[in-house]
Design a protein around this ligand. Structure first.
Ligand SMILES: Cc1cc2nc3c(=O)[nH]c(=O)nc-3n(C[C@H](O)[C@H](O)[C@H](O)COP(=O)(O)OP(=O)(O)OC[C@H]3O[C@@H](n4cnc5c(N)ncnc54)[C@H](O)[C@@H]3O)c2cc1C
Length: 308
């Protein structure tokens, strides 16, 4: 296993320790606030205004995942509907991202489908797009099932999906849905996954990333990159320009708080740039994945947290 994959596995494993979670939850907000726009919807809306002033759009995510009760799933669903309606009041493109385990996937895929349908109805009213995030591999089938049921059987066109290039199954998953010209975000993948299901070599993961992007663009699907890897983004940009893919068909998505100069530069050059903007109180799991992506982040946070 490559060193950086081993680092990520280690961090994601240790992050599950309750004592560490409690320590970071109480003392880590100062660091988490680099990646999280705030605790409330109002703070998220203010952050959207600031991004738009720089020509960057937002893809807003209410933090929360892996819920274990129906009431909690219903509560998050209602809050995402409220978020969607609030976006409808703003004069900007409206994009929302949703994790299905936040709206009940682990309690049954039908429940997640029904809750997502409510969100899609609210999104339709304000002409918003909803992207379904991809979580860890035991949930890939159920996530694709929910997305496909709503997209294909029920005809919702305002719903997008994510595929992870580290998963060995992703090219086949894309092949299965290509006829739908999916609104697709391609990412490398952020979870701890075993070698049986996921590539561990960074070069292979990047090659697969590029393949997924090209395949979806060639089939006419709207395609977003979800990556900060500038060489990879340059490869996508160069290929799309060479193939005369219209700029309206692709976009570059980033995470809030990362690579600010790169996104400003792309936006200035006329590309669509969208920042994944998380807000809410349940920031710990999201934050631990960001730490796992970069060893420097871990040292920085640990030093600060332990010094108090
Ligand atoms: C918009 C968006 C949506 C995403 N949605 C999903 C999803 O639904 N499911 C999923 O599994 N994953 C998702 N991810 C995460 C993704 O899978 C990767 O884990 C993450 O983007 C890191 O990989 P990378 O391609 O950015 O590049 P890397 O090769 O990891 O990094 C390239 C460079 O980017 C910078 N960088 C990367 N991460 C960080 C960080 N945390 N802090 C500071 N700098 C950093 C560094 O300068 C680094 O050198 C999403 C990512 C983005 C940008």
């Amino acid at each position: 296993m490559e060193l950086n994959m081993a680092y990520r596995s280690l961090v994601l494993g240790v992050a599950r320790q309750k004592w560490l979670e409690n320590l970071i939850r109480t003392r880590g907000w100062k660091f988490a606030s680099r990646y999280v726009a705030g605790n409330t919807l109002e703070e998220a809306l203010a952050a959207i205004e600031a991004l738009e002033a720089e020509g960057i759009h937002a893809l807003v995510d209410l933090l929360g995942e892996m819920v274990t009760g129906e009431e909690q799933a219903a509560g998050y669903t209602a809050e995402i509907v409220r978020l969607t309606r609030a976006l409808g009041e703003l004069p900007y493109p409206r994009w929302v991202s949703v994790k299905l385990t936040q709206i009940g996937l682990d309690l049954g895929r039908e429940l997640a489908r029904d809750n997502l349908r409510q969100i899609l109805e609210a999104a339709r009213e304000v002409d918003a797009t909803v992207q379904v995030d991809m979580e860890d591999s035991p949930r890939t089938d159920a996530t694709l099932w929910v997305w496909r049921t709503l997209r294909e059987e029920e005809g919702y066109e305002n719903v997008g999906i994510v595929l992870q290039s580290y998963l060995k199954r992703s090219p086949e998953d894309l092949r299965q849905i290509l006829h739908l010209k999916p609104n697709l975000r391609v990412v490398k993948g952020a979870y701890k996954e075993p070698a049986e299901v996921a590539w561990q070599d960074r070069r292979v993961i990047s090659e697969k990333f590029l393949e997924l992007v090209k395949t979806n663009l060639a089939a006419g699907g709207h395609t977003a990159t979800g990556s900060h890897d500038d060489r990879l983004l340059e490869a996508v940009r160069g290929w799309a320009e060479a193939q005369n893919v219209p700029r309206s068909q692709y976009e570059f998505q980033f995470l809030y708080g990362i690579r600010r100069e790169l996104k400003r530069d792309l936006a200035r050059r006329g590309y669509t740039v969208r920042d994944y903007l998380p807000y809410g109180e349940d920031w710990y799991p999201y934050f631990s994945r960001r730490i796992a992506e970069r060893p420097e982040n871990l040292l920085f946070v640990l030093r600060g947290v332990l010094q108090g």
